[in-house]
Design a protein around this ligand. Structure first.
Ligand code: FOL
Length: 229
């Protein structure tokens, strides 16, 4: 039996842990914050030089609920350079547009087996099985990190899984009106610890500004919480 894939949650939240409003992010577009999300979810950890094992495409995966999928601008989905997994019970509800502008949905088009739409799964555990097996290995795709990118109900399920050991939390320092909240206050959980900046930088593979950054008058700080093993 293979060990469970470690899961990292990634999110940005207000001081009240608000993460969404009306099916979108609660704050005005923050390019530096979104850029960090894109870089960190794309970046694969450096390959130990001893373990070079033939031509395999090492990529990360992003796992999300259907409402989060819907919230991503059409031109950005599936999120490129990452294997996208959408959790839904209604396969046909997941829609995307090809680069040629043709509209697609996840139930149609057997001829498109190689087309890079999202993987559809009915639950988180089915999503993780799909990443473990599927035809990914046959296509030489090797999954490195798995990021759970929301929303609230998907975070909640993931937080209850023992393999969820990291939360990359961007602390937005301004309050915005929200109707969706992160389901756990990590500061109040004994097993969750705020990691130091060095540990965060080592994991994300880039330097992180001490004390945070600001954009459009909104301050925010990149943080890492880790679960005690
Ligand atoms: N985590 C963090 N830190 N910030 C977020 O905004 C965030 N958002 C989600 C999940 N985790 C997050 C879910 N919502 C895109 C849009 C919404 C979204 C996630 C991703 C998106 O369009 N991403 C593009 C960026 C394109 C750009 O550069 O503007 C991507 O390629 O990742």
């Amino acid at each position: 039996k293979l060990p469970a894939l470690p899961l990292t949650l990634i999110l940005a939240a207000t001081p009240s842990l608000g993460i969404g409003q009306g099916g979108a992010l609660p704050w005005p577009q923050l390019k530096k914050e979104m850029g960090y999300f894109a870089r960190v979810t794309k970046r694969v950890p450096p390959q130990p030089s001893a373990a070079i094992s033939g031509p395999s495409r090492r990529v990360n995966a992003v796992v999300m609920g259907r409402k989060t999928w819907d919230s991503i601008p059409e031109r950005f989905r599936p999120l490129k350079g990452r294997v996208n997994v959408v959790i839904t019970r209604g396969v046909a509800d997941v829609r995307w547009t090809t680069t040629t502008g043709a509209e697609k949905n996840a139930s149609g088009g057997k001829e498109d087996v190689d087309f890079e739409g999202p993987i559809i799964a009915p639950s988180i555990s089915a999503a993780l099985s799909a990443l473990r097996s599927s035809d990914l290995a046959a296509r030489n795709v090797h999954i490195e990190r798995v990021f759970v990118i929301g929303g609230a109900s998907i975070y909640k399920v993931a937080l209850d899984l023992p393999q969820t050991d990291k939360v990359l939390l961007t602390k937005i320092k301004t309050e915005f009106e929200c109707d969706t909240y992160f389901p756990l206050d990590l500061n109040k959980e004994r097993e969750w610890k705020l990691a130091g900046r060095e540990r965060l930088e080592e994991f994300v593979g880039e330097e992180v500004e001490e004390g945070g950054v600001a954009e459009k008058g909104v301050g925010f700080e990149f943080c890492l919480y880790e679960k005690e093993v």
